[in-house]
Design a protein around this ligand. Structure first.
Ligand SMILES: *Cc1c(COP(=O)(O)O)cnc(C)c1O
Length: 396
């Protein structure tokens, strides 16, 4: 069996998205800035895709800016809000310790440029509260940036409440919604969101394309200077095939949201129940406030990298957490942020499902993980010490 269970890292391009893209990869190759009819057809495709995406987000088409993906949208949102804050003498930014690196590293760069950053503690269940945000806001605060759903442990934050607090205090609110869009209901107006990032390849669209939503009136500064594309907010010839594919994938995901959520939630619960039977294991993140398809566990006495390699041999394609940290031996900053000790954080496994996943696949994954964990423990000196009582178990 071959099971792709790394949908939080990226997803398969859907057939609908591919078919929508094909004409623009072939005959319809016009540049939307061209005045002739070939270019104007590309312009029409661009306008239509923008309107469809805006409708799904609950905003106006002019509030949609196409970017190269989630990372660029995060960078541009944060840099724009910071630059706008600075003009008004406000240089304090609030975020959390478990954001994606596209956010955390942008904030680190801004700190070097003189901004002050408060990273809120994340509760051990992987949640941040609106009250924590409110308590951290000062007269200097120009931006709050908090992710909608975490890419490693899958917890979903109270975005509308946090947005309401920010609105009340006159502070801009950005959310990295890359894991949420296409997977959870999103409405920027109802949820008081000023800036939002999304990425097509996380909801079965193509890679290298995303959106920065910026509420009307929030000044956006270009990161890429060039032509007048995206109303001077993002230079460069628009990636029409990818934009059209993203709109098709988003429509498809939103049209099937209810049924996919029900299906994925049932599979997720089956997976959690199966993995919980492994002794000295723990689910990471809140039991209910989580993405329908993301499961993350820590297993005591094993090393995540070995677990992944042996699962790969069994045809199970999983992750230890973030794709961005794999290959490095540092434990996940997300697991450390929710208070998992280093020893435990090293033994993590993320399985992220898609609507294509079947019950049989879930059962096979439970069996495979159970076997591999038992095998790795049987050859682990740490496990021997734990069993002999020389070392104490952290996970009971
Ligand atoms: C994948 C991801 C990103 C980066 O998006 P790209 O389009 O790959 O640049 C940012 N934030 C989160 C939460 C993600 O999961």
């Amino acid at each position: 069996m071959q099971i792709y269970a790394d949908n939080a890292a990226t997803t398969r391009l859907s057939d609908t998205a591919l078919n929508a893209m094909l004409p623009y990869l072939q005959g319809e190759y016009g540049n939307p800035s061209s005045l002739h009819s070939v270019g104007q057809r590309a312009q029409e495709a661009l306008t239509e895709a923008r309107a469809r995406i805006a409708a799904r987000l609950g905003c106006q088409p002019t509030e949609v800016i196409f970017t190269s993906g989630g990372s660029e949208a995060d960078n541009q949102a944060i840099r724009s809000a910071a630059a706008f804050g600075k003009l008004k003498g406000k240089t304090h930014i609030i975020s959390t310790a478990f954001e994606h690196h596209a956010v955390l590293h942008t904030l680190e760069a801004l700190e070097k440029e003189g901004f002050t950053v408060t990273l809120l503690d994340v509760h051990e269940d992987g949640m941040v509260s609106a009250q924590q945000v409110e308590e951290a806001i000062t007269d200097e605060t120009c931006l709050v940036t908090i992710m909608y759903a975490n890419n490693e442990i899958g917890t979903v934050q109270p975005i509308a409440e946090i947005g309401e607090v920010c609105r009340r205090h006159g502070v801009l609110f950005h959310t990295d919604a890359v894991q949420a869009v296409g997977h959870l209901p999103v409405n920027v107006a109802e949820q008081n969101i000023d800036l939002l990032s999304l990425s097509a390849h996380k909801f079965h669209g193509p890679k290298g394309i995303g959106v920065l939503y910026a509420r009307r009136g929030v000044p956006i500064f270009p990161l890429i200077h060039g032509g007048a594309q995206e109303r001077n907010r993002r230079g460069g010839t628009e990636n029409i095939p990818a934009i059209v594919g993203m709109a098709a994938a988003l429509d498809e995901a939103c049209d099937h949201l209810d049924e996919d959520t029900a299906k994925l939630t049932a599979l997720r619960e089956r997976l959690i129940a199966g993995l919980s039977n492994i002794p000295h294991s723990v689910l990471n993140g809140h039991r209910e406030h989580r993405l329908p398809g993301t499961v993350n566990f820590c297993f005591e006495g094993i090393e995540g990298e070995s677990l992944l390699l042996l699962l790969d041999d069994k045809g199970v394609y999983a992750s230890s957490g973030s794709a961005c940290t794999s290959g490095s031996l540092d434990p996940s900053h997300v697991l450390l942020a929710i208070g998992r000790p280093h020893e435990i954080a090293h033994g993590s496994l993320r399985l992220s499902l898609s609507p294509d996943t079947t019950e049989e696949e879930v059962d096979y994954m439970v069996e495979a993980v159970t076997e591999v964990v038992a095998y790795l423990r049987s050859i682990s000196p740490v496990w021997r010490n734990l069993e002999a009582g020389i070392q104490e178990f952290i996970i009971q």
